[in-house]
Design a protein around this ligand. Structure first.
Ligand code: FAD
Length: 385
C-alpha cells in the first residue's frame, strides 16, 4: 500500500510525486490519460513572477530559483530560459496600466522596469513591432517547455521509486467517516493510502463533491497557435496590458501564442478535442493581434492550433490545502491560468502537506474554506504568460 496516492499527472501532481519519492516515501500517481495531457501540456509555459498576486509572489520567486537548477536536478532538459517577460502597451491607456503595474510590483520588491518608447523596447527585444508604445520588463521571468518539464519530474520520481500509472482514471476517493482512505479507479480497482493528493485541474470539483466539498471553478477556453520553427527572433515571453494575447518562441524556434480567456459552454466532464477546437475566427483574431507585436508571425508556417481549458477560481488563486475538513486529503487545483510556472514549488508544498511537514510558505490565502458560499466568477480574468 503506497503512503501517498496522487490523482492527476500534470506538473502539480508530477512535481509532488518527485518530492515525495525523493524524500523516501512510497507514492503512486494515477493519470487518466497521459502525463501533461491537459493544462500542463496546453499551456504557454511562462515562468513568471511579474503580475502575480502578492499572495502568490513568494511561491513564484521560489519557483524561479528552482527552475534554474532543474535540468541538472532532474537530469533532463526542461527548456527553461530566464530571459524576461515583457508586458506591452499598444495605446496610451495601456501604457498607463503598465506604468501602474511597474510601480505596484516594485513596491513589492520585484525587479521590473518601465520601457518607454521603441528605442528602449528594441534594446531588449528587437523583434517587437513599431506600434508598441511601452512595456514593463521583468528580467527574472522566463519560460520552459511544458511537456518535457512535466515528464522530467515524473521520470525523476520514478527513479526515486514512485509508480506512475497513465491511462488510469480515478472515479472516486474512498472515505471512512471524515477521512479519505484511498481511491477507486474507473475499472473498479481500489488502492488504499494514508494520504490522497487531488491535482486534477478542472476535474477537481467532480471528485470533491461526493466528499461534501466544493471548489467553485469557472472553466474557460484559451486558443493556442504554434508555428513551424523559425530562426531565433524573440527570447522573452510577451503579454499585453489587457491580457488578450501572450506568446514566446520555444527552444526549437516555434512561436507559441495564446488568446486571452474566452467562454466555453460545456461541462468539464465532457471535454474532447472537438469541443476545444478553436474557431477559425479565433485563430484569425489571434494572428491579427499578434502580428503588430511580433511581425515575424505573419509569414510563419502554421504548425498546430489547439484549445486549452483554464480552472478559474473566484479570486484567481489556487486551492492548496490539507485542512479541508476531510483528513488525509491534500488539494492542489484552481491554478487559474498561472500554475505552470509555480509547479515545482506546488510540488514541494503538496509533499510537505502530504508528509506532515511544515511548508515554508504562508498557505492561508490558498485555503479551500475561503470560497464557502461563493460561486465561480462570471467575468473573465487575465492570462499573461
Ligand atoms: C493555454 C494555456 C496557457 C497557459 N499559460 C500559462 C503560463 O504561461 N504560465 C503559467 O504559469 N501557467 C499557464 N497556464 C496554466 C497552467 O498550464 C496550469 O495552471 C497548470 O498546468 C496546472 O497544472 P496541474 O497539474 O495543476 O493541472 P493539469 O495540468 O490540468 O493536470 C491535471 C491532470 O489530472 C488528470 N486527471 C483529471 N481527472 C482525473 C481523474 N479522475 N483521474 C486521473 N487523472 C485525472 C488530467 O488528465 C490531467 O493530466 C496556461 C494554461 C493554458 C490552458
Amino acid at each position: 500500500m503506497p503512503e501517498v496516492v496522487i490523482v492527476g499527472g500534470g506538473i502539480s501532481g508530477a512535481a509532488a510525486a518527485y518530492e515525495i519519492a525523493r524524500a523516501g516515501h512510497s507514492v503512486t500517481l494515477f493519470e487518466a490519460r497521459e502525463l501533461a495531457a491537459m493544462a500542463s501540456g496546453w499551456t504557454l509555459g511562462g515562468v513568471r513572477q511579474s503580475g502575480r498576486d502578492p499572495a502568490e509572489l513568494p511561491l513564484a520567486r521560489a519557483a524561479v530559483e528552482r527552475w534554474s537548477g532543474l535540468d541538472e536536478e532532474l537530469g533532463a532538459a526542461t527548456g527553461y530560459r530566464r530571459k524576461g517577460n515583457l508586458r506591452l502597451a499598444r495605446t496610451e491607456a495601456e501604457a498607463e496600466i503598465i506604468r501602474n503595474l511597474v510601480s505596484d510590483q516594485r513596491a513589492l520588491g520585484l525587479e521590473i522596469e518601465y520601457l518607454a518608447g521603441q528605442e528602449a523596447i528594441h534594446a531588449v527585444a528587437p523583434a517587437i513591432g513599431p506600434s508598441i508604445l511601452a512595456a514593463s520588463f521583468c528580467p527574472g521571468d522566463g519560460h520552459a517547455d511544458p511537456v518535457p518539464s512535466t515528464r522530467a519530474f515524473a521520470a525523476a520520481a520514478v527513479r526515486h521509486g514512485a509508480v506512475i500509472r497513465e491511462g488510469t482514471p480515478v472515479r472516486a476517493l474512498l472515505r471512512q467517516g471524515e477521512r479519505v482512505t484511498g481511491i477507486e479507479t474507473a475499472s473498479g480497482e481500489r488502492i488504499e493510502a494514508d494520504r490522497v493528493v487531488l491535482a486534477t485541474g478542472i476535474h477537481a470539483p467532480e471528485l470533491l463533491a461526493p466528499l461534501g466539498l466544493s471548489l467553485p471553478l469557472a472553466v474557460k477556453r484559451v486558443c493556442v497557435l504554434q508555428t513551424v520553427p523559425l530562426p531565433p527572433v524573440f527570447e522573452q515571453v510577451f503579454g499585453v496590458a489587457n491580457a488578450d494575447a501572450a506568446g514566446r518562441q520555444e527552444v526549437d524556434g516555434r512561436l507559441r501564442v495564446t488568446t486571452g480567456i474566452g467562454d466555453w459552454p460545456h461541462e468539464p466532464a465532457g471535454w474532447n478535442a472537438d469541443s476545444l477546437a478553436p474557431r477559425t475566427v479565433d485563430i484569425a483574431t489571434l494572428i491579427g493581434r499578434v502580428s503588430p507585436i511580433l511581425p515575424a508571425i505573419a509569414e510563419a508556417g502554421l504548425a498546430r492550433v489547439w484549445g486549452g481549458l483554464i480552472d478559474l477560481t473566484p479570486d484567481a488563486l489556487p486551492a492548496i490545502d490539507a485542512r479541508t475538513g476531510i483528513e488525509g486529503l491534500v488539494l492542489a487545483a484552481g491554478f487559474s491560468g498561472h500554475g505552470f510556472g509555480i509547479g515545482p514549488v506546488t510540488g514541494e508544498i503538496v509533499a510537505d502537506l502530504a508528509l506532515g511537514r511544515q511548508p515554508r510558505f504562508d498557505l492561508s490565502p490558498f485555503e479551500l474554506g475561503r470560497f464557502a458560499g461563493r460561486s465561480a466568477p462570471a467575468a473573465p480574468l487575465s492570462l499573461h504568460g
